[in-house]
Design a protein around this ligand. Sequence first.
Ligand SMILES: Nc1ncnc2c1ncn2[C@@H]1O[C@H](COP(=O)(O)OP(=O)(O)OP(=O)(O)O)[C@@H](O)[C@H]1O
Length: 585
Amino acid sequence: MASGDLLLRTHAGAPVLARAFPCRLRVSARRRRGLVSPLAAAKVGVAGRARPGGAAAVQKRRRRDEGESLSFSRVVTRRDAVDEDEEDVEGEALQLGVGAVTRGDEAGGVDGSYLSDTRFDQCVISSLSLKAVEDAGYERMTEVQEATLPIILQGKDVLAKAKTGTGKTVAFLLPAIEVLSTLPHQRNQLRPPINLLVMCPTRELANQVAVEARKLLKYHRSLGVQVVIGGTRLTQEQRSMQANPCQILVATPGRLKDHLENTPGFSTRLKGVKVLVLDEADRLLDMGFRRDIEKIIASIPRERQTLLFSATVPEEVRQISHVAMKKDYRFINTVIEGDEETHSQVSQTYMVAPLDLHFSILYDVLKKHVAEDADYKVIIFCTTAMVTKLVAEVLSQLKLNIREIHSRKSQSARTKVSDEFRKSKGLILVSSDVSARGVDYPDVTLVIQIGIPADREQYIHRLGRTGRKGKEGQGLLLLAPWEKYFLGTVKDLSISEAAVPSADSSVETEVKNAVRKVEMKSKECAYQSWLGYYNSNKTIGRDKSRLAHLAEEFSQSMGLAVPPAIPRNILRKMGLNNVPGLRSS
Ligand SMILES: Nc1ncnc2c1ncn2[C@@H]1O[C@H](COP(=O)(O)OP(=O)(O)OP(=O)(O)O)[C@@H](O)[C@H]1O
């Protein structure tokens, strides 16, 4: 936290405490014990003060989505790569830590600390929303919901940071719906305005947010929600928007831009936006999405409320939040200062081993996990879509119960796999970063990450697919020796080294046979995308001949004696033509 940020800790319900502790003396006593809600504090005049504007230059980080390189245009265009048809910071900051750890039996978790003591029925929300919240089975607010609701209801712009799986979706949807429910809604309008626009970086997340919105809208009969995402026919979406226009729109950026450019009357409807939400805000504001987001923001009214939510808010996101928010926005951070951004009930380990052992290690770890936990539910994150496909094929050959999801799959296949994984146990999902953020699969027991994640934030979001709602979970990061430097970026997290399983020759033979059975085409594609991914990595991609040598190691791990040849034009686009060790075709 930057100097000048206000440190407050919260324990119990914001609106309730505001009534319960009206005098400065009692608030101060609770502040000393770290138990004051922001609203209570604000009432007695201890609200956060403006942060000094930091004018540090915004570092433009080149990021990858889907693990594919963004640097080689047609080989992997930005469209293919990204999962999309796929002022100085002046805000007030509140640091809200978890006061007492409560045991959340009703949440089914071992540690219910993500829940606050405030019940929804103690809040100033409409009876229609309250009934819907109760029907959804939510009784107490989560910490982030408790912390943000009163401030959003005051009409403030909010940038909120809270750990993964702690209810950020309801935290922005519920107050936004409350705002909308006070607006006049005329039935039978030909093109009714869109009043709430929620942007999400992935299609799966957009669908999930719409499902949560529908739950909360159960009794708000005059309000509706619609989703526009890539991978579906634009005309189909246009027809359904015309047939049943809704006030709430959940969208991925590329597709929203398509509608802006191609759907008659759409830009007029966007002029009605009163609340804009950027879910996974840091991802939406990074370079992969920035241009689309800026265009979208330019198409909606300046006079609006903006809500940015994420489990990670790197300093540069705070620096550029003026792109979307008013200067007097509030930064609400529910991750206590000094606490890790990951969950303490998730054990994190890493293993370092040469690439040619990775499949055997993976198989060994999975076999043990499956044997130990009949209700196992594992996600394996891979660096690129094509590497994901390869790993899924190898593990399927080993007769594990595998499903595969990445951007090269059709949207219908993605939706089917995602729905199945949400409902089932006893499954292993091999995924690219399409599942890294926001996706709420219940009861994931283990998250494995093979190879370095795009960055520290991506590591945290991927790990956050387990340990949701206070439940326990495990995380394993599997690295090659030359990837070990990544550990330096997450050294503040509790990751401990795990011993590499000792070699078992029968397992190794089994794995080698499985690898051998995978089609050559899959190996070629994996090799090319692997090369693209590490080529655009600032550390590894710097030395091209070393990169070629490492790529050869990767091709050997797929059982290839000679690395596949890559079309010359693709090598050129990657800036890798004439690099010794790389073959062109
Ligand atoms: N007050 C509540 N009580 C119990 N469960 C809740 C409550 N609010 C939300 N949930 C549930 O908690 C789960 C996690 O919520 P959600 O997906 O919004 O988390 P998140 O913080 O957005 O996670 P991520 O950072 O991964 O996007 C969901 O299943 C949601 O239905």
